[in-house]
Design a protein around this ligand. Structure first.
Ligand SMILES: *Cc1c(COP(=O)(O)O)cnc(C)c1O
Length: 367
């Protein structure tokens, strides 16, 4: 057996004919930037998420950055304000805060779900915290009913980092529809993956949608008229066309991931392997990653690889210990986060993984 961690070629091969037709449609249209494909994808994705507005961006990081930047331009937050964010996240969440000259307040996550919980969040809310960035890490929604309520009570803006959680929902309310705004990534390996970089913002307030629409395009709301100073962070027309092919298959793909995760959670029984917990019903987790904790990760990964099972680590170094942040955040002691980063390992999971491969991984782990 050889089980890759992720087989992107096989994932996209299922849609090869449609993807090629979509590429041909863009080529033949003669319109390559901010055309009908981007516009159509934005309305299709907004409808799928259940959010009033969607603005396509060049990638997930730019969607995160522009959400906060939009709030700054609208006067809702200002330089130096603090943003509460889980300490164990992909570094992009933190970069979005510091890129905007805002201050990250790192909050330790819940041990069982790897996600931000309302109790520790509430304890971290000093008066200079003006916004919360909740990350739905590995595909599981953070405790959004409680976090959203807390934000309402305290008058805080709520941004979701939904880069790993397309389609996860609690009570029918999906990732991207809980906060004032949310950022999605369509990096090729994400649950909804383009064939290159792509991202999107969803939001409730039309003023933020209009501001981000201008911001992603040099700050221009009308051709050759610039409202604000903005970057070029547009969603590519070709990627939008590819995403429109893949979006209708998302629910099936997530269903397959959930079926694999259910087997992993029921059938992996080795006492040294700590399985992930699901807090709010099966649909609240779309298993972008299936992350377990093991005491000796290096040996574990090596043994699995010797038997053809390839794993990955998300992520080996927490943001506050990255070289990029040592001066700003390096003094922090975050024992839960640091232990997670030492012990986590991601098992193969994808919509194209066969039952036979899943059984093989389970058998190997239990031995
Ligand atoms: C992938 C990811 C991002 C960044 O998305 P890009 O499209 O790669 O810029 C942000 N946050 C999280 C949690 C991610 O997994």
């Amino acid at each position: 057996m050889n089980i890759p961690f992720l087989d992107l070629k096989a994932i996209n091969a299922r849609h090869a004919a449609e993807l090629k037709a979509a590429a041909a449609r863009v080529i033949d249209s003669g319109w390559y930037v901010l055309g009908e494909e981007v516009k159509s994808f934005e309305s299709e994705f907004a409808a799928w998420v259940g959010s009033p507005h969607c603005v396509g961006t060049s990638d997930g990081l730019s969607a995160l950055i522009l959400a906060l930047r939009g709030w700054k331009e609208l006067g809702l937050i200002k330089d130096g304000d603090a943003v509460a964010v889980p300490a164990n996240t992909y570094i992009a969440s933190i970069l979005a805060i510091t890129e905007n000259r805002l201050r990250p307040v790192l909050v330790e996550p819940d041990e069982d779900t790897f996600n931000l919980g309302a109790t520790k969040l509430a304890a971290a809310l000093t008066p200079d915290v003006k916004a919360v960035l909740a990350v739905h890490l590995y595909g599981q929604l953070a405790d959004m009913p409680a976090i959203a309520q807390l934000c309402r009570e305290r008058g805080l803006l709520l941004l979701e980092d939904a880069a790993q959680s397309h389609g996860a929902h609690i009570g029918g309310v999906k990732a991207g529809a809980w906060g004032d705004a949310a950022a999605f990534s369509f990096y090729p390996g994400k649950n909804l993956g383009a064939l290159g970089d792509a991202g999107a913002l969803t939001c409730k307030d039309v003023k933020l949608a209009q501001m981000v629409r201008a911001l992603r395009n040099y700050g221009s709301h009308e051709k050759y008229k610039n409202l604000v100073q903005g970057p070029n962070d547009r969603l590519d027309e070709m990627q939008a066309a590819f995403l429109r092919v893949k979006l209708p298959h998302m629910d099936d793909d997530n269903g397959r991931r959930q079926a694999i995760a259910r087997r992993y959670r029921q059938e992996i029984k080795h006492p040294a392997v700590r399985l992930p917990a699901v807090r709010a019903g099966e649909e609240s987790h779309v298993w972008h990653l299936f992350v377990v904790r093991v005491p000796d990760r290096e040996a574990f990964q090596k043994r699995l690889a010797e038997h053809g099972v390839h794993t990955a680590v998300h992520y080996p170094i927490p943001p506050h210990q990255q070289e990029a942040y040592v001066r700003q955040l390096g003094h922090l002691k975050l024992p839960l986060t640091e232990a997670m980063h030492r012990e986590v390992v991601s098992l193969p999971i994808s919509p194209v993984m066969s039952d036979e491969s899943v059984s093989y991984v389970i058998g190997l782990l239990n031995r």
